[in-house]
Design a protein around this ligand. Structure first.
Ligand SMILES: [Zn+2]
Length: 173
């Protein structure tokens, strides 16, 4: 397994709409394992492929904070089938080191995807795991959590976001 390089806000790959995986072959399995390893090494609880520079529709989720003992997994070509509820909670993102802000999202999600063995799966999640899935799924469409910030929040963070984007600072403080 190998550690992958994280891409930070300002890298155009984070705004790309990612392409579907055509075939869950050995190369994809290896990439998925590396994605999980990188997420763990960076203390993340979710990581999308384009956050390591690969614009393909895969993301990793670590559900263990919400469900102790449940192992990290990947979803390939995920499709959100249904959502329910609306809840605000503080979020961060490995592409925005040090930035944490409350974001409103649905409370529950029903998602279809392929797993790491290429099997079709359907899973219903709520709470933190639903939030991770929705946050990571947004990444696949080039959408970032800052896009949910209110106008006033954005104004407040504008200067630092510009500096982060320009690579002048590495951590949001
Ligand atoms: Zn993120």
């Amino acid at each position: 397994m190998a550690m992958l390089d994280l891409k930070y806000y300002g890298d155009p790959v984070l705004r790309k709409v990612s392409k579907p995986v055509e075939n869950v072959d050995g190369r994809i399995v290896k990439f998925a394992e590396d994605l999980i390893e990188t997420m763990g090494a960076k203390n993340g609880i979710g990581l999308a492929a384009n956050q390591v520079g690969e614009a393909v529709r895969i993301f990793a989720v670590d559900p263990s904070l919400a469900n102790p003992g449940e192992k990290p997994f990947v979803l390939i070509n995920p499709r959100i089938i249904a959502t329910e509820g609306d809840v605000g909670y503080e979020e961060g993102c490995l592409s925005f080191p040090g930035l944490f802000e409350r974001v409103q999202r649905p409370e529950k999600v029903l998602v279809e995807a392929l797993d790491i063995d290429g099997n079709s799966i359907r899973t219903e999640r709520d709470g933190l795991v639903a939030r991770i899935i929705l946050h990571e799924n947004d990444h696949l469409d080039g959408k970032l959590f800052i896009d949910y910030f209110s106008f006033l929040r954005k104004q407040m963070y504008n200067n630092k976001l510009k500096r982060l984007k320009a690579g002048e600072i590495e951590v949001f403080r």
